[in-house]
Design a protein around this ligand. Sequence first.
Ligand code: ZN
Length: 218
Amino acid sequence: MKTIKIKNSNKEITIGKIVCVGRNYAEHVQELGNTIPEKPVVFLKPVSSVIYSGDEIVCPAFSNDMHHESELVLLIGENIKNADLEISENAITGYGIGLDMTLRDVQSELKKKGHPWTIAKCFDTSTVLSEFIEKSAYQLSLDETISLKVNDEFRQKDQLNKMLFKPAEIVQYISTLMTLEKGDLIFTGTPKGVSKVVSGDKLVAQLDGLIKLECSVR
Ligand code: ZN
């Protein structure tokens, strides 16, 4: 069992499942040579892959090309299924930043074979989470900027309003595929600028001045 912490409070929430969408920023879709999807691309990450700000990311021996993907993460606060947009928006109760660490070399091979991305996305330490802010304390406008620095240099920096599918639309769509439950997390896709990290790199992701995540690669 793993939990997330709410910033400036003692609250801890047990993580349910982690649902991710891919290809949600046009320029990132283009940098990987993919096509813009009509519906969000959806995949899962296991809770066992979760680490937190301050922890170390470990690249497995079967990859030589681990990429960072910095993403806005939504916290789901109630159980919903086949929800409309309003219910979907109301089901989002908090926001965090996450790193969806990805083995790009492994993923490329899996894509060629038409296989699921599991081996590229689910390894231990592949999901890094910040503290979360509650929606009751901060209402996201999507004018916020998500950024990621590696060793003090910006690699990713984009406004959230570049998302092709907005948070409520993502939640609405996923709720037609599976029940979303209190404590579930949703990764909303990464902006352009994904790149390789190696041992010793220090990663700092931020959502404006609201939330910050820091970790290093072992
Ligand atoms: Zn991702």
